[in-house]
Design a protein around this ligand. Structure first.
Ligand code: ATP
Length: 224
């Protein structure tokens, strides 16, 4: 279970806090989408959960482990063992092939599985790109490689920042289905940030970030 309690973050020089006492509980295996205006703090929320930034105050726990890391090595270990991240900017390694990029986290973690990786690549329609180098791919292809990389090591928690931002409508639908179905199958807790209502509608629960707080798009209510 991912538990966020009274989380606040205000970057100096910005007019208002990005997060202002935000609380949310996500049961294990649930998928959650976060929508909201550009610049409202959606990526900041993912960065705090991933341990790339520290909050001003508040708590984040995943399966009772605090994600407010004081040592870099603890953050690194959590990310390596439990976390998949799809960054807005993909963060792929140009010097490696598509296959090796996707396999990289699973090799680090010690659970590479060629059959599983091939299945994910097939679902995302990138199986034919196995030997291609990153620099030769379109933005949409790179985005799908980044999603495959985040899924291939079966993370317990997956954070995806605009995972379909570079995709046409049909591909977006295929990728959203693959992402959410794979997470359901593996029991992965998924939090994705999106501007697309069609994507948000596919998750179990959907929220909107506004004035540093989450508002429910559906019947579920953020934990207080
Ligand atoms: N490391 C940082 N230092 C200073 N300000 C930052 C930092 N990271 C983000 N911000 C500011 O925090 C605000 C929220 O940024 P964030 O990237 O979280 O927005 P977002 O909701 O994800 O936007 P978008 O939908 O455009 O991607 C912005 O004003 C941004 O400039």
């Amino acid at each position: 279970m991912l538990k966020i309690a009274h989380l606040s973050k205000h970057f100096p020089g910005t007019a208002a806090p990005q997060l202002d006492g935000l609380s949310l509980t996500v049961p294990a295996g649930q998928s959650v989408s976060i929508q909201g205006a550009s610049g409202c703090g959606k990526s900041t929320l993912l960065s705090l959960i991933a341990g790339f930034e520290l909050p001003d105050s508040g708590d984040i726990t995943f399966n009772d482990t605090s994600l407010i890391f004081t040592h870099t090595r603890d953050a690194d270990a959590f990310r390596r063992q439990q976390l998949g991240v799809v960054f807005q900017s993909f963060n792929l390694l140009d010097c490696l092939s598509v296959w090796d990029n996707i396999a990289f986290p699973a090799r680090l973690k010690g659970n590479p599985d060629d059959t599983y990786q091939r299945d994910i690549m097939h679902q995302l329609d990138i199986a034919h790109l196995e030997t291609a180098m990153i620099g030769s791919l379109s933005g949409g292809e790179q985005q799908r490689v980044a999603i495959a990389r985040a899924l291939a090591h079966r993370p317990a928690l997956l954070l995806a920042d605009e995972p379909t931002g570079n995709l046409d409508e049909a591909t977006s639908e295929r990728v959203t289905t693959a992402l959410i179905d794979t997470c359901r199958h593996t029991g992965t807790t998924l939090m994705l940030v999106t501007h697309a209502s069609e994507v948000a509608d596919c998750t179990d629960v959907s929220y909107r970030l506004h004035n540093g707080q989450l508002q429910s798009n559906q019947s579920a209510v953020p934990a207080s």
